[in-house]
Ligand binder design. Sequence first.
Ligand code: AQP
Length: 335
Amino acid sequence: MSEQENKKRIFSGIQPTGTFTLGNYIGAVSHWGKLQEDYDCIYSIVDMHAITVRQDPAKLRQHTLEAYALLLACGVDPKKSIAFIQSHVKSHAEMNWILACSTQFGELSRMTQFKDKSQKHPDDVNAGLFTYPVLMAADILAYKADLVPIGADQKQHLELARNIAQRFNNKYGELFTVPEPYIPKVGARVMSLQDPEKKMSKSDENPNACIYILDEPDVIIRKFKRAVTDSEAIVRYADEKPGISNLMSIYSVVTGKDYESIEREFDGKGYGDFKLAVGEAVADHLKPVRDEFARLIADKAYLKECYTAGAQMALNVSRKVVAKAYRKVGFVDSM
Ligand code: AQP
């Protein structure tokens, strides 16, 4: 695709650790469909990343298929983009090792996601959780991606991927493209509805903290009604009002209205009206995704056809880069 058309290449991935949240959607996946018109896009369900936290194998398999169907339901077209499941393409594991040997223990120790997740799962601080950012660098660099659309929470990992690429290129000679982040201006960090100082996360134990994009409209509205706000009772965007600001940012993304017009719309009205409006707008916005997901998940044969073809295309691109990396580090050609 891109090589003939000279389009810039995009890579992004999402973990099948549960149904996507409104955070995953607004911060990342909702942009992926639009980008495929102007870029050469490669999107992956990153199941290898998911096992850095203990998963029930049967559930992981189910979540992976659902995540793939959701990806398509959110607008990724497997005819325009390469859409595949990470573990189907061996280049990720191969590149991971090469890059691990160009990554320092000290820099991995500074990653805040590792610190957060090891506190959350103190009984399973495994080596994979520690080296997660190396695998993420491998995902991106194996395709020589120019741009990586991510939410703000992944910025530190992307910075590390850039450092690893530059270090490898300096040590062994130019190979990797140094990727740039592509972070949305509004909604880059959707916060928890119950603790607006914390990002909204799939694996949050409190189901009221997070909107899943397959939640039914009444559930969505109920969760917004229960969202933690403040006692000022004025809808305005301000750092000291993280709950209301988070709801305004969500409302702005799904309606296209800017903060000023939202403030005007709810001038003199209470938080009850505002929360209801946000809930209804989000439920309406997600309806086509829910409908399309229901259609796709019922057609397992079609999904299989898409992810099998996607994996083959992903392998065709990445194996050439892996072969070059092997040669650069000094491995003897196998064929
Ligand atoms: N709250 C968020 N706001 C904006 N963007 C977000 N992303 C995640 N949460 C938010 C973006 O979604 C993409 C895919 O994320 P992921 O599934 O690979 O991993 P994650 O960042 O660890 O997401 P979760 O929901 O918090 O999953 P769990 O609970 O399993 O760890 C990324 O681009 C991310 O920036």
